[in-house]
Design a protein around this ligand. Structure first.
Ligand code: PLP
Length: 417
């Protein structure tokens, strides 16, 4: 399982050529770094520049006519993204749209799916939810006139456990289910890397009459989310992590098909939520567009969407099922090498069951501080530090190799010794 094994695995890997389709950052000596932060900002596909340049050229040459006459007419540019994005998150095209950024989409979804009443107004989130989700949820409570501290129920793990477990969720819902309006969970927890059973959470929560939404920032492009089958009411995700679409790029939103034609659902609207066949008649009464597209407000953001399109084309070429398969192998190898270090100061807090995680391993290092992260950076490893003592590493199947994993663990071993 040493260097020769890693090299052999790379040779046998049918997806290994995809690494050369990405720009891999280099250290100050000109060597490629070991990039383990695809869970934070994915690397740039080499074709992205061409996709963006196409739109810049059409803008330069056509001006406003690009809306209809560009090589890829801009008016409905978001539609070019829908099919592949829907495939990646396991949804039907009518359930998916790319628009805005994640937290904005989360608010738009809560406008429609958080319908508090004096009896049922609480929101359940996981204890270690991503801060932006927590703040968004609290502000929705305040917006509706509720005490934001009283209104949030936390799905906590036991005192010495890092991972949330379903028995605790069942107990919370048994006790408070009738008070909870919305269950809003991170599909893959950003800190532990735990991939939740979305269907189980949805079915359980629905049985208590709660609506259910997922933040899939750490799931999209990383794991098979199967959003449609999960039955969730909504989900949101960003495209700059595993979906490699560039810093701050646009986000996705999913609204389950059963809500697609509910014109009565309360929502915020703009001209892009209006019937697209009559959009430019300008003086017509508002006519709600069906499906997830009906949550759009504004016309598409072309340059960012061009980057998403480039990335999705890479995913399409590689095949998402194959990527997920490789991801399991790669992370399994990583876990094996970490465990083989046999270092009692190190503990992987991510679930060991491959079906309960994506590619990320969150490694807790006893008594470590941020200096460990700096040492890793000096050794050419780009990883991610989360207070108080966790290194997050996410080997992604599109551009990380078995050799990367081997080198990473060797260098970590040297640093820890
Ligand atoms: C799990 C999760 N949720 C929400 C966000 C916030 O995303 P945005 O700034 O795009 O709204 C992030 C950002 O990293 C995240 O990781």
């Amino acid at each position: 399982m040493g260097l020769e094994f890693a090299k052999q695995q790379d040779q046998n890997d049918k997806l290994s050529a995809f690494r050369s389709k990405f720009h891999i950052p280099k250290d100050k000596n000109g060597n490629e770094v070991i990039y383990m932060t695809g869970n934070s900002l994915g690397l740039q596909p080499k074709i992205t520049k061409d996709y963006i340049n196409q739109e810049l050229e059409d803008w330069a040459n056509l001006g406003v006519d690009g809306h209809t006459n560009a090589k890829n007419p801009w008016l409905n540019y978001h539609e070019y993204l829908t099919e592949t994005m829907a495939h990646i998150v396991g949804a039907k095209p009518i359930e998916v749209v790319v628009m805005n950024s994640l937290t904005v989409n989360l608010h738009l979804m809560m406008v429609s799916f958080y319908k508090p009443t004096p009896k049922r107004y609480k929101i359940l989130i996981e204890a270690d939810a991503f801060p932006s989700d927590k703040y968004a949820v609290e502000s929705q409570l305040r917006h509706h006139g509720y005490d934001y501290k009283e209104g949030v129920i936390l799905w906590k793990s036991g005192p010495s456990e890092e991972l949330a477990n379903y028995e605790d969720l069942e107990t919370i819902l048994e006790e408070h289910g009738e008070d909870i309006a919305l269950v809003m969970i991170g599909g893959v927890n950003y800190y532990t890397g735990q991939f939740f059973d979305l269907k189980r959470i949805t079915q359980l929560s629905h049985s208590y009459g709660c609506t259910v939404g997922f933040d899939c920032a750490h799931g999209a492009g990383n794991v098979q989310l199967n959003l449609h089958d999960s039955g969730a009411d909504f989900a949101v995700w960003c495209s700059y992590k595993y979906l490699n679409s560039g810093p701050g790029s646009l986000a996705g939103a999913f609204v389950h098909e059963r809500h697609a034609y509910k014109k009565e659902l309360n929502r915020f609207t703009g001209w892009w939520s209006h019937n697209k066949d009559k959009r430019f008649k300008m003086r017509d009464e508002f006519d709600q567009l069906p499906g997830a597209e009906g949550w759009q407000l504004s016309n598409p953001t072309i340059l960012s969407m061009a980057a998403i399109r480039a990335s999705l084309d890479v995913f399409k070429e590689a095949g998402f099922d194959q990527l997920c398969e490789k991801s399991k192998q790669l992370t399994g190898y990583f876990e094996f090498l970490i465990n083989k270090l046999n270092n009692s100061d190190i503990k992987i807090i991510t679930p060991s069951n491959p079906d309960e995680r994506g590619c990320q391993l969150s490694i807790q290092v006893k008594n470590a501080d941020r200096s460990l992260h700096h040492k890793l950076s000096d050794a050419g490893i780009i990883s991610d530090w989360r207070e108080p003592d966790v290194i997050r590493c996410a080997p992604t199947p599109l551009y990380n190799s078995y050799r990367d994993i081997y080198e990473l663990v060797e260098r970590l071993k040297t640093i820890l010794n």
